[in-house]
Design a protein around this ligand. Structure first.
Ligand SMILES: Cc1ncc(COP(=O)(O)O)c(C=O)c1O
Length: 425
């Protein structure tokens, strides 16, 4: 731990004893004490590992510290924690049963709702995680085309299976054998990768915008999206839109509908059921036979509770104007943060759509300033992330926004102090 972090931890007067006890116990019985994207290990020491509860846009850790939530469980929570209608729908289904010998009527109702909500979708399949959905899309594309090769953008995250996990421990060369890579927003690089794949090109997988963790985000160039669509139509390869992170946060439909580009297959999870575990694969009619031909399943994939939650979530997103609300509060947050940074003469990049922003500091290659900022923000009661995009929920009130901005102002003050102390600019 650096001197600054030690001092920051000392200045942190919040109680942390339950979290510390749980971390100690976890180290004995959970590999690494915690794993995956929710590990607090790489975060500043001020961050709690274990959380207790959430309501609306506020969350509490196991020691009772409350935060405005700008991470939304890394995306799943879109309407706010414990949204009343969603929880009521889930509870009503749970009263009947959750996991049975066959799906309930909710599976058909949800598939119908998705088909009528998402323009390119003629059918829906369900699973649990985003990785299930992206992997199933690739399998369907291969079954449909009889080809093997999939193209993905370098650095893009499509899940944690061997074909796409960013960490190579335990991954074999064969797991990656049928992959090619291109650069997001660079059509020439896709054309070159497609030419290399030749007759073996099964699919191109792409996220709605570039949201690679740790890097400034990049919105899609519509000409790039149209170019991908054209290339796939010409070659017979499937265009797979990975809407796992963006889906239903930017648009009530697939995320490229506003620019008029429709994929053949799309992968969904995260926000689809406001925190209940569900993923979906949506596809156009041409891919229905291939989708029916593959064998994919899971013990919990047909459970009714999450599907009932998804129906209520999509209804609430529509009826409560949630997408517009997230855009509005996200825009206000961006305006406030840009003003704060400018007032202190701190050079930042604030990228991505308003509902999924990411903040970096000019020249901060090791993320030290971002860590100082995040540590100060969490001490002031806002949970954001130093190296991953943030997520805004529709539950953010004016009071939540005011608290968030008060905290980011303190956080900029901490960055300024660190810049002055350490000569970091
Ligand atoms: C774009 C994208 N695709 C796929 C995934 C994998 O989803 P999951 O973690 O639910 O398996 C994620 C998760 O963050 C994601 O952001």
């Amino acid at each position: 731990m650096t001197d600054q972090l030690v001092q920051a931890a000392r200045r942190d007067s919040r109680p942390r004893s339950v979290d510390e006890q749980l971390r100690r116990r976890a180290r004995s019985v959970i590999p690494g004490g915690m794993y995956g994207h929710q590990s607090a290990g790489p975060l500043p020491p001020e961050y709690p590992q274990f959380m207790r509860s959430g309501l609306g846009a506020r969350i509490s850790d196991v020691d009772g510290n409350e935060y405005v939530d700008l991470m939304c469980s890394y995306g799943p929570v879109v309407l706010g924690h414990r949204h009343r209608a969603v929880e009521a729908a889930a509870a009503a289904q749970a009263e009947l049963a959750d996991c049975q010998n066959g799906p309930g009527p909710v599976m058909v109702e949800l598939a119908e709702l998705l088909v009528s909500t998402v323009q390119h979708a003629d059918w829906a399949m369900f699973a649990k995680n985003g990785t299930d959905a992206t992997t199933i899309c690739c399998t369907i594309a291969r079954a449909h085309t009889g080809r093997s090769r999939i193209l993905a953008a370098t650095g893009a995250y499509h899940g944690a299976a061997p074909w796409c996990t960013p960490r190579l421990a335990g991954v074999t060369a064969e797991d990656r054998a049928n992959l090619g890579y291109y650069t997001f927003n660079d059509l020439a690089s896709v054309t070159a990768a497609a030419a290399e794949a030749g007759q073996d090109l099964a699919a191109i997988v792409v996220s709605p915008f570039k949201h690679d963790a740790g890097f400034d985000q990049e919105l899609v160039d519509p000409a790039f999206a149209r170019g991908l669509r054209e290339l796939c139509s010409q070659t017979g390869a499937a265009l797979i839109l990975d809407d796992v992170r963006c889906g239903f946060r930017l648009h009530l439909g697939s995320s490229w509908e506003p620019i008029g580009v429709l994929p053949d297959l799309s992968a969904w999870s995260k926000a689809i059921a406001n925190g209940h575990p569900l993923a979906a694969v949506l596809g156009s009619g041409a891919y229905a036979d291939a989708a029916a031909s593959i064998f994919v399943t899971g013990s919990f994939w047909f459970s009714g509770t999450a599907m009932a939650a998804a129906i209520a979530t999509i209804g609430a997103l529509r009826d409560e104007g949630a997408i517009e609300a997230m855009d509005r509060v996200g825009t206000a947050l961006r305006t406030g943060i840009l003003e704060q940074a400018m007032a202190r003469g701190i050079e930042i990049n604030y990228t991505g759509p308003p509902a999924m922003p990411y903040l970096t500091f000019a020249g901060d290659r090791g993320h030290q300033l971002a860590s100082t900022f995040a540590a100060a923000a969490i001490r002031a009661g806002v949970y954001l992330h130093p190296r991953h995009n943030w997520f805004i929920s529709a539950a953010m009130t004016d009071a939540d926004l005011a608290k968030a901005l008060a905290a980011t102002d303190e956080a900029f003050a901490a960055v300024q102090a660190r810049q002055h102390e350490g000569g970091i600019t």
